[in-house]
Design a protein around this ligand. Structure first.
Ligand SMILES: Nc1ncnc2c1ncn2[C@@H]1O[C@H](COP(=O)(O)OP(=O)(O)O)[C@@H](O)[C@H]1O
Ligand SMILES: [Mg+2]
Length: 187
């Protein structure tokens, strides 16, 4: 299964989410999980290199049971378009902030242009505790123009640490949150 994680702009949490989901699956199944880093900034690759985060960085052409693709934050990028086309699932990572709405909508349009709308889902990331009702998220998803996953990720400093160092930074509650996203993507 190939899952491409995308947003036309940087900072929405693509790399963090790709690392967290890779860690979740790697820890919970015997499947081989890889993360293909197509962002020219090579953030995921550097994180793994520097921190030793327990995630397998995939080389192009290498095969895995589950492959997460971290994509460049540029909609015109060939790598991003190819990653959207070859994926079984496309995850549009966005914060629920109105400032992210416009780029996320443009990203959704690009996904639709590639004929990938059916396999695409919005993942809300950096959701502030208690400030958002799920109704608001549904409304935002509608404005962006793609269905959203029911699960989402809160804004938590521990996720920054976990993406760098591994799973031990997470409390059981956070683990459940990340697993819920991983399971929903798998379904
Ligand atoms: N759920 C989250 N809670 C807290 N901080 C987050 C979360 N997701 C991402 N971040 C932080 O936001 C910043 C951008 O995330 P990153 O994954 O690098 O985005 P992208 O790959 O889309 O550019 C980083 O500092 C990261 O640690
Ligand atoms: Mg990144």
């Amino acid at each position: 299964m190939i899952i491409s994680v995308c947003n036309g702009k940087g900072g929405s949490g693509k790399t963090t989410v790709a690392m967290l989901i890779a860690l979740a699956w790697q820890g919970s199944s015997k499947r081989r999980v890889g993360l293909l880093d197509l962002d020219p900034q090579q953030t995921a690759t550097q994180w793994v290199g520097v921190t030793g985060a327990p995630v397998a960085i995939a080389k192009s052409g290498e095969s895995f049971d589950v492959l997460l693709i971290d994509t460049p934050p540029r909609l015109e990028s060939r790598e991003l378009i190819d990653a959207v086309k070859r994926a079984d699932r496309v995850v549009l990572v966005t914060s629920p902030s109105p400032t992210d709405l416009f780029t996320s909508r443009t990203t959704a349009e690009a996904i639709k242009r590639e004929g990938a709308a059916e396999k695409a889902r919005i993942l809300f990331n950096k959701v502030k505790p208690r400030t958002r009702l799920s109704r608001d998220l549904d409304d935002l998803a509608e404005r962006i123009g793609l269905p959203s996953l029911k699960s989402y990720l809160h804004d938590r400093q521990a996720y920054q640490h976990a993406a760098l160092d591994g799973w031990s930074a997470l409390t059981p509650e956070m683990e459940r949150e990340v697993f819920a996203v991983a399971m929903e993507l798998n379904g």
